[in-house]
Design a protein around this ligand. Sequence first.
Ligand code: C2E
Ligand code: CA
Ligand code: CA
Ligand code: CA
Length: 279
Amino acid sequence: RSGKNGYAYYSSEVENSTAKRLDIENNMRQAISNEINEFVVFYQPVVNVNTQMCTSCEALVRWDSKALGFMGPGEFIPLAEYLGLITSIGDYVLEEACRRCKIWNDNGHPDFYINVNLSVVQLLQKDVVENIKRILDKTGVNPKNIVLEITESFAINDMQRVMEIITGLKKLGPRIALDDFGTGYSSLNYIKQLPLDIIKVDKTFIDDIVEDDYAQAFVKLIVDLSKTIGTKIVVEGVEHKEQFELLKSLGVDYIQGYYFGKPVPANIFEEKNLEGRLG
Ligand code: C2E
Ligand code: CA
Ligand code: CA
Ligand code: CA
């Protein structure tokens, strides 16, 4: 209705985005198949609230593409999931993180541990448990020092299958964290049923926690619940001292956020964060 020009404009927009998507797809297939790996793992500190020591970190993937430039996971993970390429990328990240963890554990930090994200698509692969076992074995990492992060969207799948997979993964030794807590569906129900070790509270609850009574009450509720069921709480997205102080007063165990450090390459992490006192 807005006339010929309007339509032409719209259609070229769509074509552009399709062409761009295809370009990313082709480059992603190459980046995975090539000898030269363009995926890079960054590490973000997780800090013990009481000691302010960095006791662990989260492995976060980036894509340093020759053709497309440097990309954060938000720019390519959804497409990688859609194309079924996420398992290759996820396997790479897990293997990198396991190797890194073993190096740090062997060099004076025996209890340091690393959190790794698992996509729902990856978790629903038929051989996911065998595959992760193969990676843990191959790298020789102590599996107790690996935390596998799953999201609530995984938990909404067939509960019996979900339990089977999580139980299978736990038998290998790693701990399990429920990521992005509070953003999904009927979360409390899953918390009760799943054998979780850690709950990660999403950044959206933290952004205005200093002013928002509801967000404070939510975090307090999760802290109390976690004490009852014996899980640890990690709060994500803490950027300011006021947020840190408030979360500390609410009894939160661990904090991950720019206030203590952004995700950085392994060498920088080792230099600045690894088991250091931050903040
Ligand atoms: P996530 O698992 O919830 O990871 C936390 C995200 O929050 C990271 O973004 C981190 O950089 C960001 N963040 C942490 N603290 C702060 C803060 O104080 N302020 C702000 N503004 N951001 C903060 P990133 O690295 O861009 O990762 C985004 C998402 O991509 C991750 O969210 C995760 O869902 C996904 N992702 C990253 N790496 C992997 C991977 O290896 N495999 C899979 N399947 N997903 C991954
Ligand atoms: Ca995560
Ligand atoms: Ca998260
Ligand atoms: Ca997230």
